[in-house]
Design a protein around this ligand. Structure first.
Ligand code: GLA
Length: 689
């Protein structure tokens, strides 16, 4: 049964999903095919106890749904979907093409992806496909068609989950062909390609399209623009496959959300391009409990997810209740940390809390990855925490659909990421996400909400825009940044910004070529600092001292003022940090990796000058975020510290987790959370409880 097509937007589809689920989505991946029928009965009973309202089915089930070529068996899926529906649990149904079955691989061994060095992956894990393989694509789409046809209108079906963590790259013959086709679309002639790729360097000129192929392992360093284009191609080709599946599912179920799951700091796919094709951004997040500051990197990823679709609520598609099984030592989360991480995601805009997975597997690769129900069964700390969180989230339905606003934008752009890390540059250990994190962290610590943007985004709503190592900028992007500053915006750019154009060709005439005009400063030479821990001194214009490590540059000012200069080393006496007035705005340039205190002070001064204030003044490690909309306002206060913290919540409101009124200074337990519903004009009584 196919529902009637009617106009529906991603926002509408998501809103309907949450209305149907009665608020926040709660649950996780469920793999009933791994368990006998009697366990299914226990599963649904425990799901009800835990407040689960949504499970993701069939992510890895292709070999059980199509047991041989064209022989489909949906019987077991029909049964479990029926059982889930009878018990009030909705289904996020996955298309299972992350795992082409053994029979398909036996029929077409060249489905298996080929590594750059020519090694072919073997069968026996997952994501073992070359997305450009015609049979893989055709069979995946046939499965999506079957599933769409069969389950459209099924009362349990709430949303679709396409594939799983798209990402594997192949350098095999099918990828060669598809890459050539992609290049022929991009470049109007082979001459254009030769120019863009600078093939006159090292005599790589192509004289026939047939000579052009994927950048397999070269004898030594290979052409950086060819590799940059290969990154663009692989992201685009996987996205094309996603879109083909999505379009099939959309035809059958026009009103249901369709997503695929993204990964934390995932380089292979340009999630800006992907998110534009999804109904919501959906993230798999596995912070390592061994890392004291794991919540900061998580925060960056959460803000990125919220930003990818311009503030629209997003989904935590997977997280762990306790331990994972992917690191050298898999430490379990401390009691309360799973809850804290869940509320952190909600504070930063998530409307769903889902786990991998419902029941911990007893066999297979991930048998030690925790579940909502672990090997020991439900009489455990973890299941009690799962039930407690489920109970709490039921009361928070009003938060779904609310949004948060930021005045600071940080640029996060996949072209910059790919181009920066191609090697054969002034240093081989450049790490884009660490550069972004370094400039993001001072805002996180100060409770200043941040949105991410890419180099093509509209900047008009922001008072401060930060470019961390934004290495590749198009002329359009440069124009946009100049217009933004000229119109009164404040810009802060760090070293390694604006170095190349979209062909990965250096912008000549002094670094950072693209931004020289707006920065009013230019560098004649890059001076990375060689030694581990090597530092140079910096003196500030107001008589203070600071230090820099890792990166310095021989900087000259044209129009900019000098905020700090190098005070030791070979650049002693030259400017290190500058601020230029450009039109009605200003642009700061950091030519060095300055120490944390200097950076915090500089960014604090910039944001203060832009009139940006924290949500609340809170001690370090206490995160504060506000979500508003639908006539409601929520202030979420999260203590990431291992010790209690005191916070002045000012006028406060009703803590939705306890029902108590909170106002003024309150003590928050270690890892404690407040979800304060603040009084609003349309909801004035909320503090009275
Ligand atoms: C990923 C995958 C899941 C599972 C988890 C845990 O996010 O999507 O299938 O493997 O990791 O490792």
């Amino acid at each position: 049964m196919t529902s009637e097509p009617r106009a529906s937007t991603p926002e509408m589809r998501l809103k309907r999903l949450h209305e149907r689920l009665g608020g926040i989505a709660y649950g996780g991946d469920y793999n009933p095919e791994q368990w006998p029928r009697e366990v299914w009965e226990e599963d649904v009973r425990l799901m009800k106890e835990a407040g689960v309202n949504l499970v993701t089915l069939a992510v890895f089930s292709w070999s059980r749904l199509e047991t041989a070529d064209g022989i489909y068996d949906f019987g077991w899926l029909d049964q479990i979907m029926g059982l889930l529906h009878e018990n009030g649990v909705g289904v996020d149904l996955a298309t299972p093409d992350a795992v082409p079955p053994a029979w398909l691989v036996a029929q077409h061994p060249d489905i298996l992806p080929v590594l750059a060095d020519g090694t072919t992956f073997g069968f026996g894990s997952r994501q073992h496909f070359d997305v450009s393989h015609p049979a893989y694509r055709a069979k995946s789409l046939a499965m999506a068609e079957k599933m769409g046809e069969r389950y459209a209108g099924h009362p349990a079906l709430c949303m679709w989950h396409v594939n799983n963590e798209y990402g594997p790259v192949s350098y095999g013959p099918h990828a060669d062909r598809a890459f050539r086709e992609w290049l022929q679309q991009k470049y109007s002639s082979l001459d254009d390609l030769n120019t863009a790729w600078s093939t006159d360097v090292w005599g790589q000129v192509y004289s026939d399209w047939a000579q052009v192929n994927a950048p397999a392992q070269p004898r030594t360093w290979s052409n950086p623009t060819r590799r940059l284009d290969y990154h663009r191609f692989t992201s685009d080709s996987m996205l094309a496959h996603y879109k083909a599946e999505r379009d099939i599912l959309r035809r059958h179920t026009p009103d249901l959300p369709i997503v695929t799951n993204f990964m934390r700091f995932y380089k292979n796919n340009d999630y800006w391009a992907w998110a534009a094709e999804e109904d919501a951004a959906a993230l798999d997040i596995y912070p390592d409990p061994r890392e004291e500051d794991a919540h900061v990197a998580a925060a960056l990823n959460f803000d990125l997810m919220r930003s990818l679709r311009k503030g629209q609520p997003w989904l935590v598609m997977e997280q762990a209740t306790a331990a994972v099984s992917q690191w050298s030592v898999n430490v379990s989360k401390l009691p309360g940390k799973m809850r804290l991480g869940s509320y952190q995601a909600i504070a930063q805009g998530a409307d769903s809390i889902l786990f991998f997975q419902w029941r911990q597997a007893k066999g297979g690769t991930e048998r030690f990855h925790s579940g909502m129900v672990n090997h020991a069964g439900p009489n455990t700390r973890v299941f009690r925490e799962v039930c407690e969180l489920g109970r709490e989230l039921k009361e928070l339905g009003g938060i779904t659909g609310t949004r948060s606003a930021a005045k600071v934008a940080v640029v996060f752009d996949w072209d910059c990421w790919w181009a920066l890390e191609l090697g054969n540059s002034p240093r081989s250990d450049l790490n884009y996400t660490q550069e972004v994190l370094r400039l993001y962290r001072p805002f996180f610590d100060a409770n200043i909400p941040v949105d991410f943007v890419n180099t093509a985004s509209d900047l008009s709503q922001y008072s401060l825009v930060v470019l961390p190592a934004s290495y590749l900028l198009s002329d359009d992007a440069v124009q946009r940044f100049e217009n933004y500053v000229a119109g009164g915006g404040r810009l802060v750019a760090s070293y390694l910004s604006g170095i190349v154009d979209p062909d990965n060709t250096i912008r000549l005439g002094g670094y950072p070529g693209a931004l020289r005009n707006v920065l009013g400063a230019w560098s004649e030479e890059m001076h990375p600092l060689a030694g581990e821990g090597e530092e140079v001194k910096i003196s500030t214009a107001d008589g203070g001292t600071a230090s820099a490590n890792y990166w310095t540059e021989h900087l000259h000012t044209e129009k900019a003022d000098v905020l700090a200069s190098y005070a030791s080393g070979r650049l002693a006496g030259s400017p290190a940090v500058t601020r230029n007035t450009f039109g009605k705005g200003t642009a700061v340039y950091l030519s060095a990796r300055v120490d944390g205190t200097f950076l915090e002070d500089l960014l604090a001064a910039e944001r203060a000058a832009a009139g940006i204030r924290p949500e609340l003044d809170a001690p370090l490690g206490v995160q504060v975020r506000r979500r508003t909309g639908n006539g409601r306002s929520y202030l979420l206060v999260l203590n990431h510290n291992d010790a209690p913290a005191r916070v002045d919540v000012k006028a406060g409101g009703a803590d939705r987790l306890t029902g108590n009124a909170v106002r003024g200074t309150v003590e928050l337990a270690a890892h404690g959370v407040l979800v304060i519903e603040e009084p609003t004009e349309s909801n004035p009584a909320e503090t009275a409880r």
